[in-house]
Design a protein. Structure first.
Length: 412
């Protein structure tokens, strides 16, 4: 609560955040772990994540704490992704005091597609020989849109709600869509959720076969496996994550006495015209330049970059080339995924939350395992935190199918 300077009434701002991650649930716990560089990487242990002799690595949520006010009836039939969305959205809802907003003036966008793969695989294994015993409600709960149903019923939302899939760019794509909904006046407040992608051993095996996911090199040292932008990287490492942000106009948040975290000065989406998973230097350059143009700033005005930074052998090099050629090598840069793992559909939203918490704490989190950067010329935050007050930040996400997204944030 309180007043803030340099915030215009028509600014589009983030007024509430919620976060659930393997390194902690809730803003305070997550921020403490993030800023200290604490991780949760290990051999994946959740049922349905291993098959035969596999030993896929990642970061899993130890225990999901459900707020007492959430409906026990809804939770009984909610998937793990659904439970995470409800718990995470609850924190953002309370943070932004949305119970004081008319239900018809609130929108919800869930980021991600094919979110419940592990749960679906377990259902098939249990009922393939006895389909008549399958719970009839599976006809709706297998759909990603069920997360919209769960959350709109729980929180009484009467505006619009839908899912939006953009692979690993989903978390930023929903933020861009939410900004449009608020800017146009369609709703007064819009919640953007980067949903938890619940992978099974099938998706994990496919990512490994594709060459996107590590780690052969660090199979016996999970703590060393996730190393974005390091020369020893061999692919991304999965992490369970979910994030929610509330987007509205500053004047509307002010009526409830809510202090925004930051202003969203621009969003941009650019496609490569390419179905394949390989990154595009041209596409990344275009989305960076478009975001800066829309924000009305130059690259020199950006003092912090939160990159996509997955640990992909090709992707990391391509992204650094695009950042350097955009004139951004002066800005501080770290890699959130080095701590949280890659949340896929949730990643972009999780990283926006990470930026906001760093902004509030005037401290940049370390980048784990960044021993030999691919390009030493960048202003890296390596394995020790850096004290810095972020003024303007650029956040990037990229998704399979040629989607590139960018969001610019400004401190208030």
């Amino acid at each position: 609560m309180g007043s803030w300077a340099s915030c215009r009434p028509d600014d589009i701002v983030i007024s509430g955040i919620g976060i659930t991650s393997a390194i902690g649930q809730g803003q305070a716990v997550f921020a403490a772990a993030l800023l200290d560089g604490r991780h949760a990487f290990a051999v994946l242990n959740r049922p349905g994540r291993q098959k035969g002799s596999s030993s896929f690595l990642g970061a899993e949520i130890e225990s999901l704490v459900m707020p007492e006010s959430l409906s026990k009836r809804l939770l009984r039939t909610a998937s793990f992704s659904g439970q995470a969305a409800m718990a995470t959205m609850h924190e953002a809802w309370e943070d932004a005091v949305l119970d004081q907003v008319e239900p018809e003036r609130i929108g919800l966008i869930i980021g991600g597609s094919n979110l419940q793969q592990r749960e679906a695989l377990q259902v098939y294994a249990s009922y393939s020989e006895r389909p008549s015993f399958l719970r009839p409600t599976y006809a709706m709960t297998y759909m990603d849109s069920d997360l919209c149903g769960l959350c709109t019923e729980q929180f009484g939302i009467r505006g619009f709600a839908f899912t939006l899939g953009g692979a690993s760019a989903s978390g930023q794509a929903v933020i861009a869509q939410a900004v449009q909904a608020v800017s146009s006046g369609e709703v007064d407040a819009c919640i953007a959720v980067g949903a938890l992608a619940d992978l099974s051993y099938m998706e994990l095996a496919a990512f490994r076969s594709l060459g996107a996911m590590g780690s052969d090199q660090y199979a016996d040292r999970p703590d060393l496996a996730c190393r974005p932008f390091d020369r020893g990287r061999d692919g991304f490492i999965y992490g369970e994550n979910c994030a929610a942000v509330v987007i509205e106009r500053a004047s509307f948040a002010g009526k409830r006495g809510v202090r925004p975290y930051a202003a969203i000065t621009a969003t941009a989406i650019a496609m490569d015209g390419n179905r394949n998973p390989n990154p595009s230097y041209e596409g990344e350059m275009r989305v960076i330049r478009e975001a800066l143009r829309r924000a009305g700033i130059s690259a020199a005005d950006i003092d912090y970059v939160n990159p996509h930074g997955t640990g992909s052998p090709i992707g990391d090099e391509t992204e650094l080339r695009a950042l350097k050629d955009s004139g951004l090598s002066h800005a501080y840069i770290n890699a959130t995924k080095s701590i949280t793992g890659h949340g896929l559909s949730a990643a972009g939203a999780v990283e926006i939350v990470a930026v906001l918490l760093q902004m509030r704490n005037s401290r940049l989190h370390p980048t784990r395992n960044l021993e030999l950067p691919v390009d030493e010329s960048f202003n890296w935050v390596k394995e020790q935190f850096v004290t810095h007050s972020i003024s303007r930040a650029l956040c990037l996400s990229m998704g399979f199918g040629g989607m590139n997204t960018a969001v610019t944030l400004q401190k208030l």
